[in-house]
Design a protein around this ligand. Structure first.
Ligand SMILES: CNc1nc2c(CC[C@H]3O[C@@H](OC)[C@H](O)[C@@H]3OC)c3nc(N)[nH]c(=O)c3cc2[nH]1
Ligand SMILES: [Zn+2]
Length: 370
C-alpha cells in the first residue's frame, strides 16, 4: 500500500491524500461502507461502484465463524468470493470477540469465546487473526487488539493496552504477506498518558498505517474529540489514520479537522434498514405517515439514482409493506449521501474552505454549532 498526502488545510489538521492498494486508488478522507458478512447489506458490488465506493470493510470474526475463512480462501479470497474489485479492509476480530462472542477468557496467548451463532467454543490469537485475514486476502488488515469497553478503570486500561501492544508486536512478526498492509490500533481508553504510551509504542514498530481504536463505544463525543486532539499528533503525518467505527456526519467532520483520513460506520446502512435517511436538512424518517402523499425526492438536493427516480411516498409505501426494494433504495441513498459528502469535504480542503463548509453543513443539517 502507498499513501501520499496531497494538501494540508491551513486552518486545521485536515489533509487530502491518495491511498493506493493492489485494488485501486482511494482519495482520502474516505468513508468505507461496512460489509461485515462479505456484503454491504442489500447492495450489489455494481451498485456500490456506481455510488462511488472504492473500499469496503469486512469482518474476520464473522467470516471465520460463517462460512469459514477456508471456504473463502478456496474461492480465491474475499474479492473473488463477493465479486468486489475495489479495495477491502478487514478488522482483526478484536472488537467482535469482545462485543459479540460470549467471552470466555482473555489470556496472554489469546482469547477463547463462544460463537454468537451456535455457542461453539473458539480460540483466537494475534497469530490466528493474521492467518485468517491472510486467507481472506483483504488489502488492509488490522492488528488483533482488545477494544476496551467504556467506561473502564485506569488499572484495567493500563493492563489491556500493554497486552494489546505485545499482541501488536506478535502480529507484526507473524505478518509475512507483502500484498497486504497491516495497521496498528492505538488504545488507551480516555486516559491521556495511556493513549500516548500506546501511540508511541506502536509508532516505534513502524506500521504502514494507524487506527485509533477504543472509541465510538458509548463515550460522549466530546471525550472522543479530546482523545483525538492529543493522540493524532503522535501518529506519523505521512501515514494514514483510521478512526474505527465512526461515524455520523458531525463526528466525521470533527475527525477530519483533527487529521483522520479513514472512517467506517454501520450507521448509514443500519438506519436505512429502519427507514431513516440522511438529507442536507437532517435525518428524515421516511416511513412516517407524514410522507404518505409527499411526491418529492428523499432529499431534493441529492442527485443520486434514488432521488432522481423515486418519491418519499413510494419509498414509504415499500418500507411499510416490507418490500425489500424499500431498504435497498434507502441504503443506496444513505451511502451516496455520505460518499458525496466526503467528495465535497475533499474539495473544501483543497479549496481552503473546510471550516466554512463544516459550519454551513452543521447549520443546515440541524447540528448545534458546537
Ligand atoms: C462502532 N464503534 C466501533 N467499532 C469499532 C471497531 C470495529 C469496527 C468493525 O466492526 C464492524 O462494525 C461494528 C465493522 O465491520 C468494522 O469492520 C472493520 C473496532 N475494531 C477493533 N479491532 N478495535 C477497536 O478498537 C474498534 C473500535 C470500534 N468502535
Ligand atoms: Zn439521494
Amino acid at each position: 500500500m502507498k499513501f501520499k498526502v496531497l494538501k494540508w488545510a491551513e486552518d486545521c489538521k485536515a489533509r487530502t491524500g491518495l491511498l493506493e492498494t493492489p485494488h485501486g486508488i482511494i482519495e482520502t478522507p474516505v468513508f468505507m461502507p461496512v460489509g461485515t458478512q462479505a456484503t454491504v447489506k442489500t447492495l450489489t458490488p455494481d451498485e456500490l461502484e456506481q455510488i462511488g465506493a472504492k473500499i469496503i470493510l469486512s469482518n474476520t470474526y464473522h467470516l471465520y465463524l460463517r462460512p469459514g475463512h477456508r471456504i473463502i480462501e478456496e474461492a480465491g479470497g474475499l474479492h473473488r468470493f463477493m465479486n468486489w474489485e475495489g479495495s477491502i479492509l478487514t478488522d482483526s476480530g478484536g472488537y467482535q470477540v469482545f462485543s459479540l462472542g460470549e467471552l470466555r477468557e482473555i489470556r496472554e496467548e489469546g482469547v477463547t469465546f463462544r460463537s454468537h451463532i451456535d455457542g461453539s467454543l473458539h480460540f483466537i490469537s494475534p497469530e490466528t487473526s493474521i492467518e485468517i485475514q491472510n486467507s481472506l486476502g483483504a488489502d488492509i488488515i488490522m492488528a488483533f487488539d482488545e477494544c476496551i469497553p467504556y467506561p473502564a478503570t485506569y488499572e484495567y486500561v493500563k493492563n489491556s493496552v500493554e497486552r494489546t501492544t505485545r499482541w501488536a508486536e506478535r502480529c507484526k512478526k507473524h505478518h509475512k504477506n507483502e500484498k497486504q498492509t497491516l495497521f496498528g490500533i492505538v488504545q488507551g481508553g480516555l486516559y491521556k498518558d495511556l493513549r500516548e504510551k500506546s501511540a508511541r509504542d506502536l509508532v516505534s514498530m513502524d506500521f504502514k498505517g494507524y487506527a485509533v481504536g477504543g472509541l465510538s463505544v458509548g463515550e460522549p463525543k466530546e471525550h472522543m474529540y479530546e482523545v483525538l486532539d492529543y493522540t493524532v499528533p503522535l501518529l506519523p503525518e505521512d501515514k494514514p489514520r483510521y478512526l474505527m467505527g465512526v461515524g455520523s456526519p458531525d463526528a466525521i467532520f470533527e475527525g477530519i479537522i483533527r487529521g483522520i483520513d479513514m472512517f467506517d460506520c454501520v450507521l448509514p446502512t443500519r438506519i436505512a434498514r429502519h427507514g431513516t435517511v440522511f438529507t442536507a436538512r437532517g435525518r428524515l424518517v421516511v416511513k412516517n405517515a407524514a410522507y404518505a402523499r409527499d411526491f418529492s425526492p428523499l432529499d431534493p438536493e441529492c442527485d443520486c439514482y434514488v432521488c432522481k427516480n423515486y418519491t418519499r411516498a413510494y419509498i414509504r409505501h415499500l418500507i411499510n409493506a416490507n418490500e425489500v426494494l424499500g431498504i435497498r433504495l434507502t441504503t443506496i441513498h444513505n451511502l451516496y449521501f455520505l460518499l458525496s459528502l466526503m467528495e465535497k469535504i475533499r474539495r473544501a480542503i483543497e479549496g481552503g474552505y473546510l471550516l466554512e463548509f463544516k459550519q454551513e453543513f452543521f447549520k443546515k443539517f440541524g447540528y448545534d454549532q458546537g
